[in-house]
Ligand binder design. Structure first.
Ligand code: SAM
Length: 278
């Protein structure tokens, strides 16, 4: 009988945010796979839990993933944790979930702390539709391509960023979306110095140029305003009918095509065309 993989979210600052179910799962698992065993050991010591730990991080995940899958297939239960927040969200873990799913192993995600959702909730930006963009690449070309692909994005956008890269990222966001675009900078969430700065991209650049950023940040950027659809005028309709007739269409066909192209009722275009020909 195969075991299971549990994804166990851990606090992003406030240790009180560990849930009863997460605690129980860590206690009951056969072993814990952790991004950084030293970080997880501190949490386990705080919770008074003693458990066998294996490391699973970006640079050993290809090799360690196979070992973990083997152990689960032999009947053991694994709890996966990252340094903070929800495993598999901009954290190692995504690949382990894929590997386990492919091997037919049941994966159970326990709900809990996630920096992106915590930040979105208090951002004051629209939360009805949003997209998670994670970290921007360190390669200039991919960053530019990524931001270009978001220029007409109307949903609220969520970005993660490390403090030492915050200022260049804010500059890139300002260049891609314009200085007036609203942004909420959510810093040190659930910690003593938690802060939300609701401002514009231009002002955020000015602010952090003057005071270098400290701590962890989630950036919540407002989506683009919907473009106003130009309403076709009578003159547009008349001109298009005339043009199509000059190209050889009958008045009836020119009216039909113009109505289709401009999204207007045929009889309206017909009246406009008639008036124009009088
Ligand atoms: N998987 C984690 C999650 O979804 O909560 C995120 C891990 S990712 C490697 C780390 C990034 O999450 C940081 O660079 C920062 O952008 C964000 N983050 C984590 N903890 C935070 C906190 N307490 N306050 C603000 N941002 C935080």
């Amino acid at each position: 009988m195969a075991g299971m993989l549990y994804l166990v979210p851990t606090p992003i600052g406030n240790l009180g945010d560990i849930s009863i179910r997460c605690r129980q799962t860590l206690e009951e698992a056969d072993f814990i796979a952790a991004e950084d065993t030293r970080v997880t050991l501190k949490l386990l010591n705080h919770l008074g839990i003693k458990k066998s730990l294996v490391s699973y991080y970006e640079h050993n995940k290809a090799f360690k993933g196979d070992k973990i899958v083997e152990r689960i297939l032999s009947g053991e239960t694994c709890a996966l944790v990252s340094d903070a927040g929800s495993p598999a969200i901009s954290d190692p873990g995504e690949d382990l979930v894929k590997q386990c799913a492919a091997a037919g192993i049941t994966v159970c995600a326990i709900p809990g702390p996630c920096a992106a959702i915590t930040a979105l909730s208090i951002s004051g930006q629209a939360t009805g539709r949003f997209c998670f963009e994670g970290f921007l690449s360190t390669s200039k070309k991919s960053r530019r391509e990524h931001l270009e692909s978001l220029q007409s994005e109307q949903r609220t956008m969520i970005f993660y960023e490390a403090p030492h890269k915050l200022l260049p990222t804010l500059e890139d966001l300002r260049d891609a979306f314009g200085g007036e675009r609203p942004i909420s900078l959510c810093r040190e969430l659930t910690k003593l110095h938690e802060e939300v700065v609701r401002t514009t991209l231009a002002e955020a650049v000015a602010r952090y140029t003057e005071n270098p950023p400290k701590g962890e940040f989630v950036l919540i950027v407002a989506g683009a305003e919907p473009e106003e659809k130009a309403v076709p005028t009578e003159t547009d309709a008349a001109a298009r009918v005339m043009q199509l007739m000059e190209e050889g269409l009958t008045r009836k066909d020119a009216v039909k095509q113009t109505a289709k192209e401009l999204g207007l009722p045929k009889n309206v275009v017909y009246d406009i065309a008639l008036k124009d020909s009088e």
